[in-house]
Ligand binder design. Structure first.
Ligand code: NI
Length: 169
């Protein structure tokens, strides 16, 4: 197990589009373990492979307050998306900033698990928002893209400054 280094906005590597996972082997399982360890340690409720500079379609999440409901989604797709819900979002790649984002309220998801088995389920509320946020990462998209240019530029400037000063957590 190892902690992985998380990229921070505005790192251009966060803009890469991830490719599908085709090989389900022990190396992938080890990577998934490292992803969970990194997410829990941060701490965060979701982490996409893109954020640790691995450009494959894989994300981990745990939206339970108890941190006992780990879920890994590989090659995830939205089969259905209904309704709208606005909630505050943060991101381990945009540390210290929380802004309101509107997402589909209810979604139906198809993905694969670590063993390559297909899973299909419905999600709503915070779980649905988290899945949509993490799936955006796989497309090179960040939650700050939903904000005004003014807000996004303000966040970018602050993070660039913190990175220079070495105070970025
Ligand atoms: Ni994020």
């Amino acid at each position: 197990m190892a902690l992985l280094n998380i990229l921070h906005f505005p790192d251009p590597k966060l803009r890469r589009v991830a490719r599908p996972v085709t090989l389900f082997n022990s190396k992938l399982k080890n990577f998934v373990s490292d992803m969970f360890e990194t997410m829990y340690e941060a701490p965060g409720i979701g982490l996409a492979a893109t954020q640790v500079d691995r450009h494959i379609r894989l994300l981990v999440m745990d939206v339970s307050g108890e941190r006992n409901a780990p879920r890994c989604l590989i090659n995830p797709e939205l089969l259905q998306a209904d309704g709208e819900e606005e909630s505050d979002e943060g991101c381990l790649s945009v540390p210290g900033f929380y802004e309101s984002v509107t997402r589909a309220e209810h979604i139906r998801v198809r993905a694969m698990d670590e063993a390559g088995e297909i899973i299909e389920f419905e999600a709503s509320g915070m779980e649905a928002a988290c899945i949509q946020h993490e799936m955006d990462h796989l497309e090179g998209k960040l939650f700050v893209d939903y904000l005004s240019k003014l807000k996004r530029d303000r966040i970018r400037k602050k993070l660039v400054k913190q990175k220079k000063q070495g105070t970025l957590s």
